[in-house]
Design a protein around this ligand. Structure first.
Ligand code: GLY
Ligand code: MN
Ligand code: MN
Length: 439
């Protein structure tokens, strides 16, 4: 499918960012570096999300400069030169002329000339916005450019006086998804939902965890997703209690649950789904009890995802339902209010109920504003993912509960019309899961 985020949207983002910058300033963002996987082979390239958000440009060795109000051009890109010999090995490069013609740059230069040109663009601007302190190489390089200007101070060069973190401005923009972004995310969610259905359909005792991973990732790739959005988690039995279990090497046993947390990246946007289901297609009585606690907690949290509620309300809802459920089932003893106060649920539920979702699976955006949980607003997309994990060596509970790990995760968009679950096409009630697995 052709790219759903059009060039005019990238242009609008740059305009919006420049309107937030103070006069006489410059913003500088570097493309992600290529990273070595082993010896001389690299990981598949993944662009820096902020850089891509503002350019749509997917090559390494590039630097973006935005200079609001600069008459000769506000959007400058440094990029690799065309190189017929390298392009035979590594593929097409746009080159400076290409980024002007196809990416809307006002001006473009070879990356090899950046040390000569960028200090001149920085000079005389009072403020530099950049990503402070996350990429040591880039921090050092920026200071070298600034020092080039300082060295010419006696000749009249004026170095910038302020260095301000750019992340906050860009991430606040990224937190609010446009109509086109919501469309891409809905597609990403649908693909991931389809993949989880496929895993349920083929699952049976004796398969290995990595084989379910392969089924899931096959579906991602066949639908045109560029990547899994993170390392897929496929944990059978007690492996489901390891929150970031990515070994995926074990055999799936009759009578166990399997927890799959996997999502794809489609046109640059992540989905993030977790489902937990019985390897043999039928939940045991204990599995049913704990599963329904998590499911009720997830429904309660989704119900709390609405414009005007604050960020922590969905989480609070999960804590309430999970604590009540654990008391009812006999895994916790005491009064619900006291147990919540004491955080007793944390032995079984030790993570938060969700996170922002977007270009990054744990997406950009503040969770607090002025030290208060921020209010939910249309355009935000988040996950809702309560879980229950009974450690296999938890001697405080009856043996029948031990080693059960359950998480249920969906992706929820807040829109002007209410909320939309982007991942609803994979079943999650016990009846629906059992029906799909029996079919
Ligand atoms: N798979 C990462 C998460 O669910 O947050
Ligand atoms: Mn997840
Ligand atoms: Mn998640």
């Amino acid at each position: 499918m052709s790219n759903l985020i059009k060039p005019n949207e990238f242009a609008r983002r740059r305009r919006d960012l420049m309107s937030l910058m103070v006069p006489n300033s410059i913003a500088i963002i570097a493309a992600a570096p290529e990273r070595i996987r082993s010896n001389d082979t690299e990981y598949r390239y993944r662009q820096n999300s902020d850089f891509y958000y503002l350019t749509g440009f997917n090559e390494p060795e590039a630097v973006l400069a935005l200079i609001p109000g600069r008459r000769q051009g506000q959007f400058i890109l440094f990029c690799r030169d065309r190189d017929p010999a390298r392009e035979i090995w590594d593929g097409y490069r746009a080159g400076p002329q290409g980024v002007v013609d196809h990416y809307g740059a006002d001006d473009a230069f070879p990356i090899g000339d950046i040390d000569e040109i960028l200090p001149g663009l920085i000079e005389g601007r009072e403020r530099v916005y950049y990503c402070v302190g996350k990429e040591p190489d880039f921090d050092r390089q920026l200071m070298e450019w600034v020092n080039t200007i300082r060295a010419r101070a006696r000749a009249g060069a004026i170095p910038p006086a302020e260095f301000v973190d750019l992340d906050h401005l860009v991430h606040e923009m990224r937190l609010f998804k446009s109509a086109a972004e919501l469309k891409v995310m809905a597609r990403s969610g649908k693909i991931a939902a389809r993949a989880h259905c496929r895993a349920m359909e083929v699952c049976k005792p004796g398969l290995f965890e990595y084989q379910l991973q392969a089924e899931i990732e096959h579906e991602f790739a066949m639908a045109g997703a560029e990547f899994p959005a993170y390392s897929s988690i496929v944990g059978g039995g007690a492996n489901g209690c390891i929150l970031h279990y990515i070994e995926n090497r074990a055999v799936l046993n009759d009578g166990d649950l399997v927890l799959i947390d996997a999502g794809c990246e489609y046109q640059g946007y992540a989905s993030d789904i977790t489902r937990t289901f019985p390897v043999n297609g039928r939940f045991s009585p204990e599995q049913k009890v704990l599963y329904n606690i998590v499911l009720e907690a997830q429904y309660a949290a989704i119900d709390a995802v609405r414009a005007g509620n604050h960020w922590n309300e969905p989480h609070d809802a999960t804590v309430q339902v999970i604590t009540e459920g654990l008391v009812d089932a006999g895994l916790l003893k005491g009064k619900v209010a006291d147990l919540i106060e004491a955080g007793a649920y944390r032995d079984f539920y030790m993570h938060r109920a969700g996170h922002w979702l977007g270009m990054d699976v744990h997406d950009a955006g503040d969770y607090k504003v002025d030290h208060q949980w921020r209010l939910l607003e249309p355009g935000m997309v988040m996950t809702v993912e309560p879980g229950l994990y009974v450690a296999p060596d938890n001697a405080n509970v009856a043996e029948k509960w031990r080693g059960i790990g359950i998480r249920i995760e969906d992706n929820v968009a807040i829109t002007n019309r209410g909320t939309e679950i982007l991942t609803s096409e994979v079943p999650k009630s016990i009846d629906d899961i059992q029906a799909l697995m029996a079919s």
